[in-house]
Design a protein around this ligand. Structure first.
Ligand SMILES: NC(=O)c1ccc[n+]([C@@H]2O[C@H](COP(=O)([O-])OP(=O)(O)OC[C@H]3O[C@@H](n4cnc5c(N)ncnc54)[C@H](O)[C@@H]3O)[C@@H](O)[C@H]2O)c1
Length: 346
């Protein structure tokens, strides 16, 4: 392989450790500098991960020394940081959520497209091993044409200690977790175009919702239900598993606790356990999410090197963010909201 691509990493906060450990595994790329506007964080991360330089100003992107940038900051900073990378003509991988609303997502994507700078969303749930295997089962036709799906994430893990900004996020649960579920729903059932949603704020003192129930109509007429909550106490706590089922004309695949796929097909009934890989830097209960991070970043580098499309390009992800926007508008109005109305200018 030719020289590894050189990357700038921006945002040395809570989730950054997973990215930085993962970058050490990714073939064909290396992080050569780290940036955080908090100098203590930037310096500490550079030291811990053996990165040669650290900065507090992302304008270093203009140095001409970077082949890509990994942006791991919270969503309200993404427009400015992606615009900076686009101006410097540096390809981008940026953490979800892309931006707080569809208008901002559209602006970011249009700017990158006009400049011809590739942008990928770091949407790691579809890169979990269990969902790659489920996609294979669907592609093999084992349950026939997909007609229904249910994706469920309900737990009460304390997200607020590590991510205190979530307490003040007005668009919280659908943007934070729902966006993963909406991407998975598209990955497993195809694009969707209409959403109805009810939101709930169960925990007191939050700026936004911590539970939501969404119903989607997919383009192939399949229906899916996405239900998400950070206010669900139960034992065992299923965090960070996405549970549910996908139904087809010939059978069903259940996604069960313990990373089990239970496949009901004309050939019979079987269970497959699709456990995440353990690494020296992964730890329960986060392993399933952590294991998907190097897979996501490897996809970014492989596609960047090959000049092929990212599965979760900014362009493709507009469909996912339109579903999230539609969910908020439906929750506010009580109406079914169509994504075509939100994406009419693209
Ligand atoms: N995909 C997943 O599974 C997953 C899990 C957790 C968090 N996340 C996402 O990761 C992102 C980061 O979350 P976090 O909890 O690590 O946030 P955080 O607030 O802990 O860290 C963000 C860091 O970015 C820095 N920063 C912000 N703006 C900057 C700028 N303009 N220039 C340089 N540095 C800047 C901050 O100083 C901070 O250190 C969020 O969007 C979150 O939703 C994703």
């Amino acid at each position: 392989m030719s020289q590894p691509l050189k990357g700038l990493f921006i945002g040395a906060g809570f989730f950054s450790r997973n990215h930085l450990h993962a970058w050490a595994e990714v073939r064909g790329a290396e992080i050569t500098a780290i940036c955080d506007r908090d100098p203590a964080r930037a310096e500490a991360a550079a030291k811990e991960f053996g990165i040669g330089e650290w900065h507090t100003d992302a304008a270093v992107l203009h140095s001409g020394r970077f082949d890509f940038v990994d942006i791991c900051t919270t969503m309200e900073t993404h427009e400015e940081l992606v615009a900076l990378a686009v101006a410097a003509r540096v390809p981008v991988i940026v953490q979800k959520p892309f931006a707080p609303d569809i208008a901002t997502c559209l602006r970011i994507e249009a700017g990158a497209r006009a400049a011809g700078v590739p942008v990928m969303l770091h949407e790691n749930f579809r890169f979990q091993k269990i969902f790659r295997r489920l996609r294979e089962i669907l592609d093999a036709g084992e349950i026939g044409e997909v007609t229904f799906g249910r994706l469920n994430w309900r737990n009460d893990i304390d997200v607020y200690t590590n991510q205190p900004y979530l307490l003040k996020t007005e668009r919280f649960m659908i943007m934070d977790v729902g966006i993963h579920m909406l991407d998975l729903a598209r990955f497993l059932l195809g694009d969707a175009h209409a959403v109805s949603c009810f939101n709930q704020s169960v925990k007191e003192g939050l700026a936004g919702e911590d539970a939501a129930t969404l119903m989607l109509r997919h383009d192939n007429r399949a229906v899916s239900v996405v239900d998400i909550s950070y206010a669900t106490h139960k034992t065992p706590n299923t965090f960070p598993q996405t549970l549910g089922e996908i139904e087809g004309r010939l059978g069903t695949v259940q996604i069960l606790d313990g990373q089990v796929l239970r496949i009901h097909s004309p050939a019979g009934l079987r269970d497959e356990v699709i456990a995440p890989d353990q690494r020296s830097w992964t730890s329960a209960p986060w392993t399933q999410i952590q294991d998907s991070v190097p897979r996501t970043q490897q996809h970014f580098i492989d596609a960047l090197r090959a000049g092929t499309a990212f599965e979760t390009s900014a362009r493709d992800s507009l469909q996912t963010y339109a579903l999230a926007e539609a969910a908020y508008r439906s929750a506010a109005s009580g109406a079914v909201v169509k994504t075509a109305d939100l994406l009419k200018d693209i």
